[in-house]
Design a protein around this ligand. Structure first.
Ligand code: DON
Length: 306
């Protein structure tokens, strides 16, 4: 018989800590300062029980994991049809920082930077000021975590100082009429969204909110509707792991999203949210130990959707 859940998670953490390889992100210089051996796993049930092992209480920046939730907020603010007019939902098969656009100039999906920068601008009304948009996003992420979150100012400054690629993407989106705001303002505000500090425990609760049809399991707050969650989890499944999405679906089979801060979330509808934190990344920008941990959890417990 399998050990009780906390013991089982500890066993998984011990087994997966043997997995080596990868490097912490360094294209945002501040991220390279992280201790590469940090490793945490958290699981939150839809009843609000949280099991956390290792470095699950250590704060790091959410990075691209925010994209899934901000896409949900854009859909919440404008409805799917209006969001689809600006962002497609097809896997790009390309790295997250490529300018992957369809024939009409729409970003291929909201999980790559081009789509996420666009989704960021769809939060609030067209005349919402950049700082108000960021406040709205921090409110959303805090509601999902069930505690007040804040921005890592050093990581934000570091990302803005080295944001040439995202600026280039934003300028191209402007040239296609997808963005109308100033590229510099949008990228600066999007970088603040990415620099929000979370723990694996927070992320597990955020994922559990998706798993619980949009209701935060501890506070009981309805953050998204069931229909909004379905849109978010669908793009997580098909696009959340970028150009390794096919491999992920076939081997792990859980709607997921990764971030270059070293986090990965997974949401199991009607059951639980999962999160890992381990900074070294593979060539796709996904945490090496996180991918290994999710694979093991999926194999051991039959979490695969199919
Ligand atoms: O826009 C960027 O490049 C970062 N703020 C986020 C990228 C990211 O997390 C990709 N995920 N694995």
């Amino acid at each position: 018989m399998r050990s009780p859940l906390p013991d089982y998670l500890t066993e998984v953490a011990e087994a997966c800590s043997a997995t080596k390889g990868g490097e912490p992100a360094s294209y945002i210089p501040e991220l390279a300062k992280v201790d590469p051996d940090r490793f945490g796993i958290a699981l939150a049930t839809i009843d609000g029980e949280v099991y956390a092992v290792g470095d699950a209480e250590h704060e790091f920046t959410i990075q691209s994991i925010s994209k899934a939730f901000v896409y949900g907020l854009a859909v919440r603010d404008h409805g799917l049809e209006q969001v689809l007019a600006k962002i497609d939902v097809e896997p790009s098969g390309e790295p997250f920082d490529e300018l992957s656009l369809d024939a009409s100039g729409r970003p291929r999906n909201p999980m790559i930077n081009a789509g996420a920068i666009t989704a960021h601008t769809l939060v609030g009304e067209p005349d919402t000021a950049p700082h108000e948009r960021v406040e709205r996003i921090i409110r959303l992420l805090s509601d999902l975590a069930g505690r007040e979150l804040s921005v890592d100012e050093d990581v934000w400054r570091s990302e803005v100082a080295t944001a040439d690629r995202n600026l280039a993407i934003a300028h191209m989106l402007r040239s296609h009429g997808i963005l109308t705001d100033s590229a510099e303002e949008v990228v600066s505000a999007y970088s603040r969204q990415c620099a929000v500090l979370v723990t694996a425990r927070d992320l597990a609760l955020m994922a559990a909110t998706l798993a619980n049809s949009g209701v935060q399991p501890v506070t009981g707050k309805q953050v998204f509707t069931g229909a909004q969650v379905r849109h978010v989890m669908s793009v997580m499944l098909t696009c959340g792991m970028y150009d390794s999405a096919g491999d992920w679906v076939s081997s792990v089979g859980i709607p997921a999203k990764s971030g270059v801060g070293g986090g990965i979330i997974g949401a199991l509808a009607g059951q639980a949210g999962l999160a890992t934190f381990a900074p070294p990344l593979d060539a796709h920008g996904n945490s090496v130990r996180g991918v290994e941990t999710f694979g093991r959890l999926s194999r051991d417990t039959g979490m695969h959707l199919m």
